[in-house]
Write a protein that binds this ligand. Structure first.
Ligand SMILES: Nc1ncnc2c1ncn2[C@@H]1O[C@H](COP(=O)(O)OP(=O)(O)OP(=O)(O)O)[C@@H](O)[C@H]1O
Ligand SMILES: [Mg+2]
Length: 256
């Protein structure tokens, strides 16, 4: 069964081609990582999957629903996204519990009164993330890493099938990063599907079983995670001679 299918997806802006003929199938039970140099099109691709950007050509099918043929809000319920863009977009005074609750409406602010049910759900998610004491605190007063965790809450509040994490560990200290990565393991146990964009291979946790490599808007590889052993291909994609080693079931790379 396919959870997501991209067929020949291309994106251009002005005269620049940002993504070229991307084909990708994500099956139920798969967890993905996406690697590629700066400007290779990772964030645009994630925004296409999150239905925030519409492709210039090609087909996107999410949970059997083809974009363009169905109400986009029906598709959006299947997907949550955490990105820097989202983090910077929130008005600093928004209460933390409202940031989480806004996920119900896929909106940046709250334009409706919160129903007790939604409020309760948002609070219980904050509790799960260990952030309940911040419920009434303005989002802007939280640390960068705490904000990231709140946005995860926002992304999972309506129980999406796919959770897109676009460089979620940027700006986290080493302890916060490890805690965050292990917290994700719990989400995977809850049968979420994660698409994890990163510049750091050691963030590709052992439960990630598929890897996509992007370079210059093109898919260079989409398949088994064993590609993380392929120094030659990784070096070609990243444009730099890279070596690989393993430690405690994690993969690390270094410049040769
Ligand atoms: N309006 C635009 N017109 C032309 N090119 C654009 C426009 N907006 C963005 N781009 C280009 O699209 C490319 C892909 O951007 P994207 O943000 O998806 O890259 P990325 O792989 O996420 O990079 P990073 O690792 O730095 O986050 C970049 O080269 C960027 O310069
Ligand atoms: Mg990006």
């Amino acid at each position: 069964m396919e959870l997501l299918h991209l067929h020949n997806v291309s994106l251009w802006r002005n005269s620049a081609t940002i993504l070229k003929n991307i084909n990708l199938t994500i099956k139920y039970g798969e967890q993905w990582a996406v690697l590629g140099p700066n400007g290779s099109g990772k964030s645009f691709l994630m925004n296409i999957i999150a239905t925030l950007v519409f492709p210039s050509s090609g087909e996107v099918v999410i949970a059997g629903k083809k974009l363009g043929e169905v109400n986009v809000w029906d598709v959006r319920n299947h997907i949550g996204i955490v990105s820097d863009y989202l983090q910077y977009s929130y008005p600093a005074m928004t209460k933390t519990v409202e940031v989480v609750a806004s996920g119900f409406y896929s909106s940046l602010g709250l334009y409706q009164e919160l129903s007790p049910t939604i409020l309760q759900k948002a609070e219980s998610i904050l509790q799960t993330l260990g952030l309940k004491h911040y419920a009434q605190t303005p989002f802007g007063k939280l640390s960068y890493g705490e904000q990231k965790r709140v946005l995860i809450g926002r992304a999972i509040v309506y129980d999406p099938d796919i959770l897109i994490l676009d460089e979620p560990c940027n700006g986290l200290d080493i302890r916060a990063r490890e805690e965050f990565l292990h917290k994700l393991t719990d989400l995977v146990a809850m049968k979420k599907h994660i698409i994890y964009v990163t510049h750091h291979v050691d963030e590709i946790m052992p439960w990630i079983n598929r890897v996509m490599l992007l370079a210059d808007g093109q898919c260079m590889y989409a398949g088994d995670r064993s590609v993380l052993e392929d120094e030659a291909l990784l070096s070609r994609v990243m444009g730099y001679p890279l070596g690989i080693f393993h430690h405690n079931s994690r993969t690390y790379w270094y410049i040769k």
